[in-house]
Design a protein around this ligand. Structure first.
Ligand code: COA
Length: 697
């Protein structure tokens, strides 16, 4: 018997148990173990019913993603589930945790499904650029009908046990957490009631009902908006439709063909890189696994503006009380009113109850004095980017905060070491860079200063997890990883417009690549004043920051979405950027002042100058050790700036573009456009010279 799957008989029930931590993924050993156990159960004359159950935290959570892209090994999952379904003895799947992907497909090949009420089921393959390739697209619609199956398969969202029962995916749901016991009771019921073998493939009433329906075309239309640029959701619809148009076995063949198309698509590779990258970033290089972590049970936040308020919501959402300090009462009132409005909006959408809104608001203590930070475990400063003010704040924090409190700055660009120098405890000072809107964006760029202690580094990574963010640890430099690369892109985007492109042309190239918004729409979202203030700071510090038409916008009070006018204009209540002739005139005027004759600019040039420049900078960031691995940069960009996950992040994408192509372009722009951003990164030159990729690092 295989080590990961066992067979035992308990009374007249044959129990097949999977035990393959952490998530019982269907690797080759599990698949062959399952087949062997099934065979044993079939032969075991004393077993009237077979029960499939899993040890550990969950039912089978899917195919083994680590095997994707490698040659397939027997037994394949489609063969395995067919053999299960063809069992002569009734098979019961008992589900706890999450039955996902291949796990749910295995359960669907069993004849009955029982679950504990905390369980969830889903077919999340689409999130990995795939479709369920072991009968999920053929069996699920036989239980749920077309629309629900399409929803589940094209979104990959999980469904809770009670809903799954109502949808017909499960046959019973029981309270309790002993899944083995729950499964045994149900299996006994199958014996006692003489329930027969019941194969999902033979259930056809819902297939007949939705045959010829226009739901598939409707869905394709919906997907054009919702899944723009994605490959596999459309293949999912084709596969589900096959369940309605073809006999079961032919439908299975069609599903397989479509599955293989997805498997071969570069999007699959990008999405799987993102999946593992998201998990890998939590393992910080050089930070021992057993580093002690400080428990954060209360938080102080300085600043009730957009950032401070958004940051506060993250903590309140997971039940951690927050004290927000502002200088003036009206700023405090305004900040709290915005937080309340955000929660009320969620309540209106049915995402929160009014009671939950009140509970969350009650966790926030507004204050006008730093003395209220005396007992908090973590303080996050979220005032605007001004070094002198930040240093003043940190000196005050040093006075009032208890020993062991973590002192964090939400700065998006400034030097953490200089901020830390204002305190007598630089080892407790760290950057925690949230992304706007801070209650929504998943990235938390944690910035280590040169003196930040390991304990504080480990603690802020743990905080990220606690508040459901993806934390990435990065080094200290101007703009850290994300904004340092963004600023290079921004510089090029501005130059391109100066030289003759329109903001909307630049933005379209970026959205065509898969970004949810372009450079200029993003400036409008973040606020034109934010960048303006940073530039002004740097000018004051004596840096040579050239004048730009963006400064003029800021000076005119066109601050972006919040004033309904920035680079674009916005209709009342709409976030849709509309090109504004006034801005075009302003740009033209600016070109005249600068003596620039505009020229035609191609989309290819925009792509190269806006994105290759980021790759070159990313390579420098790696060389300098600001990011530990290319995947850290990828995750920063996917979760902080909406780089399309299906392209795997900028560095993964660069490998697919070809580093030699990128280096050649970098060298070209170095001689034509000039500027330190086009100075080729030594790492890029080395990799190209050695015929290697970022993935080889
Ligand atoms: N194959 C291989 N490894 C997997 C896996 C899979 N299907 N699903 C999870 N893992 C690994 C993770 O990489 C992680 O490994 P690590 O500890 O070495 O980093 C570990 O299992 C735990 O996963 P994690 O996501 O950190 O745990 P969680 O409890 O937060 O979530 C799941 C568990 C199962 C909900 C989540 O991992 C998930 O959604 N997995 C993907 C499921 C899926 O897409 N299945 C369909 C594939 S066909």
């Amino acid at each position: 018997m295989s080590e990961v799957v066992s067979y035992n008989r308990e009374g007249n029930i044959g129990v097949i148990t999977v035990n393959y931590p952490p998530v019982n993924a269907l690797g080759q050993a599990v698949r062959s173990g399952l087949l062997a156990a099934l065979e044993q159960g079939q032969k075991d004359a004393g077993a009237k019913v077979l029960l499939l159950v899993c040890e550990g935290r969950t039912f089978i959570a899917g195919a083994d993603i680590r095997e994707f892209g490698k040659p397939m090994q027997e037994p394949t999952l489609p063969n395995l589930v067919n053999t299960f379904e063809n069992s002569d003895k009734p098979l019961v799947a008992a589900i706890h945790g999450t039955a996902l992907g291949g796990g749910l497909e295995t359960a669907l090949s069993c004849h009955y499904r029982v679950a504990v009420s905390s369980a969830k089921v889903g077919l999340p393959e689409v999130k990995l650029g795939l479709l369920p390739g072991a009968g999920g697209t053929q069996r699920l619609p036989r239980l749920t009908g077309a629309r629900k199956a399409l929803e589940m398969i094209t979104t990959g969202e999980f469904v809770g046990a009670k809903d799954a029962l109502a949808l017909g995916i499960l046959d019973a749901v029981e309270d309790g957490d002993d899944i083995h016991a729950v499964g045994m009771v149900y299996a006994q019921k199958v014996i006692d009631e003489g329930k027969p073998v019941r194969r999902v493939r033979d259930i056809t009433d819902k297939i007949e009902a939705d045959k010829g329906s226009d739901v598939f075309d409707q869905f394709r239309e919906e997907l054009k908006k919702r899944a723009r640029g994605l490959f596999s959701p459309f293949k999912c619809v084709d596969a589900v439709e096959a369940a309605f148009n073809l006999p079961f076995d032919e439908g299975m063949k069609r599903e397989r063909e479509l599955f293989m198309e997805c498997m071969e698509s570069p999007q699959r590779a990008g999405l799987i890189h993102s999946f593992f990258g998201e998990r890998e970033v939590s393992k910080v290089k050089g930070l021992p696994k057993d580093t002690p972590v400080r428990d954060v049970k209360s938080v102080g936040i300085i600043g009730a503006g957009t950032m401070g308020g958004g940051i506060a919501m993250n903590f309140v959402n997971v039940g951690i009380p927050v004290t927000i300090v502002e200088v003036k009462q009206d700023a405090l009132d305004k900040g709290l009113a915005i937080i309340r409005r955000n929660y009320e909006n969620s309540a209106k959408k049915g995402k929160l109850t009014q009671e939950q809104v009140e509970q969350r608001m009650a966790l926030i203590t507004p204050s006008l004095t730093y003395d209220d930070f005396r007992d908090v475990d973590l303080v996050i400063e979220a005032v605007f980017e001004n070094m002198a003010i930040k240093k003043e704040i940190f000196a005050k924090l040093d006075e009032v905060c208890k020993p062991g409190a973590i002192l964090a700055s939400n700065t998006s660009t400034l030097d953490i070491d200089e901020i830390a120098s204002a305190t007598r405890r630089p080892e407790d000072v760290v950057g925690m860079h949230f992304f706007s809107p801070a209650n929504v964006m998943k990235l938390l760029e944690n910035v280590r200063g040169s003196k930040t202690s390991d304990e504080v580094k480990a603690s802020v990574m743990a905080v990220a997890k606690k508040i459901k963010k993806v934390g990435v640890m990065v080094g200290n430099c101007y703009g850290f990883v994300g904004n340092r690369m963004l600023h290079k892109r921004g510089t090029e985007a501005m130059s391109l417009v100066d030289e003759g492109a329109t903001p909307q042309q630049v933005d379209k190239v970026l959205t065509d690549l898969g970004f949810p918004m372009g450079q200029f729409a993003m400036s409008d979202l973040a606020g034109i004043d934010v960048g303006y203030r940073i530039r002004e700071e740097r000018r004051k510090a004596g840096q040579d920051i050239p004048a730009s038409w963006l400064d003029k916008l800021a000076e005119q009070g066109r601050l972006g979405q919040k004033t309904q006018a920035g680079v674009y204009k916005y209709e009342e209540g709409s976030r849709k950027p509309v090109p504004d002739p006034e801005v075009e005139q302003l740009i033209e005027q600016f070109r005249k002042e600068q003596g620039i004759t505009p020229r035609e600019i191609t989309d290819q040039e925009i792509l190269e100058r806006c994105v290759y420049v980021m790759i070159n900078e990313g390579a420098k960031i790696l060389e300098e050790g600001i990011a530990d691995r290319p995947l850290d940069i990828d995750i920063v960009w996917i979760y902080g700036y909406g780089f399309p996950a299906y392209r795997g992040g900028p560095m993964f994408w660069a490998d697919q573009e070809g580093l030699d192509t990128i280096l050649a372009a970098v060298k070209k722009y170095h001689s034509t456009v000039g500027g330190e951003q086009w100075e080729p990164a030594a790492l890029l030159e080395r990799l190209v010279g050695e015929g290697k990729t970022f993935g080889d690092l």
